[in-house]
Design a protein around this ligand. Structure first.
Ligand SMILES: NC(=O)c1ccc[n+]([C@@H]2O[C@H](COP(=O)([O-])OP(=O)(O)OC[C@H]3O[C@@H](n4cnc5c(N)ncnc54)[C@H](O)[C@@H]3O)[C@@H](O)[C@H]2O)c1
Length: 433
């Protein structure tokens, strides 16, 4: 099974990414000379040097034979850059020549991404907390860079609208924009969802998905940290930075729901959620469970349930039910099956979907056939945003309402200083706007 996370401790990173320095894992010949001045070299900049960003950087450097170099790194915090750089060097082993990030190409602070975009990188990997994605994506495309963009793409509707506009700008500029909704790059999933779209299940009746997991990491406040620093070091628990776990994590399941419907927008959602087991001091202001019912045209229903609690059952499944049969997907257990009139089970080889994202991104750049995942990655993000809106307010939320919402989660100014969290939402009292 492919690992979704790349923990940023040395052992965890090397182990979970399957990249032990002693193993000749890279495709390239380590003896091949690699130089920034090689006109064929594609230069990559990493914005957000955490666990996922470091993994994505390795996958980018492994996407092609001898021509992809990491030449710039940006993060809010210099310690994260140095940590990531050290781990990458170790993971690359004899291929460390691909890591060419001179000290003056390492940028920190809230404007680090702008400094990185001013360098001569060709490709940017955007892997910060999602609240920054719309702003950074817009700037990257305006600067003429190809982009790999982690999910989710925004935390609120103004962010989604910005990403939709940027997707159009990327198209016009013929720049590649690849989404980190990694299951769409998984060959087993692709085979199954293609069959669903080709009608193997007949008319769709319902979709049901689960994302039942342990809590994401939480971080205690360090000495001397301002509230803003703590918010961002502990971002998984902080609403304005993560958008809540129904968006940050369960968006994978909601994206697969969108995939099964051919990216048809639902008419509306009615969601329920709460915060029951988040009892410690570092657990921010998000919920720990949600359930949602989506209405689609033609009486198709979508059901979703997600939870982040310790000591409970875990599961990540998707069922697509139709008039002629049902599809069952379990990405964690590698099960991809269809029952009924067109019974089928996936039997071919699998792939590393995280590597596939970068293989396809770099191939698209070389062949001047840009990939643009921009529209569907934004609308899949809105599914998580509208579910949160409905659960937080207690209102039924239509697609149009969600897309037009003016609610902006981020503070107006990004600077280190006070930044108190808003209270945990209470359905019936928290207002939609
Ligand atoms: N596709 C997947 O399976 C998958 C798996 C894990 C994470 N993710 C996504 O990847 C993103 C990053 O997650 P992570 O686990 O790597 O988090 P992380 O906390 O390990 O890394 C995020 C990094 O971004 C930095 N950062 C914060 N604000 C910044 C700013 N304004 N400018 C520059 N850098 C900034 C942080 O300091 C940190 O180093 C999230 O959107 C997450 O949802 C996707």
């Amino acid at each position: 099974m492919t690992q979704p996370f790349f923990p940023l401790d040395r052992r965890g990173f090397l182990k979970s990414s399957g990249l032990l320095a002693t193993v000749p894992w890279m495709r390239q010949d380590a003896r091949a000379a690699v130089s920034k001045d090689d006109p064929d070299a594609l230069k990559v900049g990493l914005v957000g040097c955490g666990g996922r960003g470091s993994g994505a950087a390795l996958q980018a450097m492994n996407a092609e034979d001898g021509t992809v170099l990491l030449t710039a790194m940006a993060d809010l915090f210099p310690d994260r850059i140095e940590r990531s750089h050290g781990l990458l060097k170790e993971a690359l082993g004899e291929h460390a020549g691909r890591l060419q990030v001179d000290p003056e190409q390492r940028f920190s602070g809230f404007d680090a991404y702008e400094q990185l975009l001013a360098t001569d990188v060709d490709v940017v990997l955007l892997t910060t907390p999602p609240v920054f994605r719309p702003m950074m994506l817009a700037a990257a495309i305006a600067a003429g860079k190809h982009v790999f963009c982690e999910k989710p793409m925004a935390v609120d509707a103004p962010g989604v609208r910005s990403v939709l506009a940027t997707a159009e700008a990327a198209k016009a500029a013929k720049l590649s924009l690849v989404a980190g909704f990694c299951w769409r790059y998984n060959v087993r999933h692709r085979a199954l969802y293609q069959r669903v779209q080709d009608g193997a299940l007949g008319d769709l009746r319902a979709i049901y998905s689960t994302y039942l997991a342990s809590p994401n990491r939480s971080v205690a406040r360090g000495e001397g940290w301002t509230e803003m620093e703590w918010n961002l070091r502990n971002w998984y628990q902080v609403l304005w930075a993560s958008g809540d776990h129904v968006l940050e994590q369960a968006c994978h399941s909601l994206d697969k729901m969108a995939w099964a419907t051919g990216d048809t927008p639902p008419l509306r959602v009615m969601a329920v959620g709460g915060r029951q087991a988040k009892l410690g001091p570092n657990l921010g202001n998000i919920y720990d469970h949600f359930t949602a019912t989506f209405d689609y045209p033609d009486d198709v229903k979508g059901f979703h349930v997600c939870r982040q609690m310790d000591g409970c059952a875990t599961d990540n499944s998707d069922w697509v039910m139709g008039a002629k049969g049902n599809a069952y997907v379990n990405g964690w257990a590698d099960r991809h099956e269809i029952s009924g009139e067109n019974a089928w089970a996936y039997e071919g080889p699998g792939n590393d979907m995280y590597q596939q994202e970068h293989d396809e991104l770099f191939a698209s750049i070389r062949s001047a056939k840009p990939i643009n995942d921009g529209t569907w990655m934004a609308t899949s993000t809105l599914l998580g945003v509208m579910t949160r809106m409905s659960a937080y307010t207690g209102d039924v939320i239509t697609w149009e309402q969600a897309l037009a919402s003016e609610e902006k989660l981020a503070p107006d100014v990004f600077e280190f200083g006070p930044n108190p969290l808003r209270p945990v939402a209470i359905p019936g009292q928290t207002k939609f706007f």
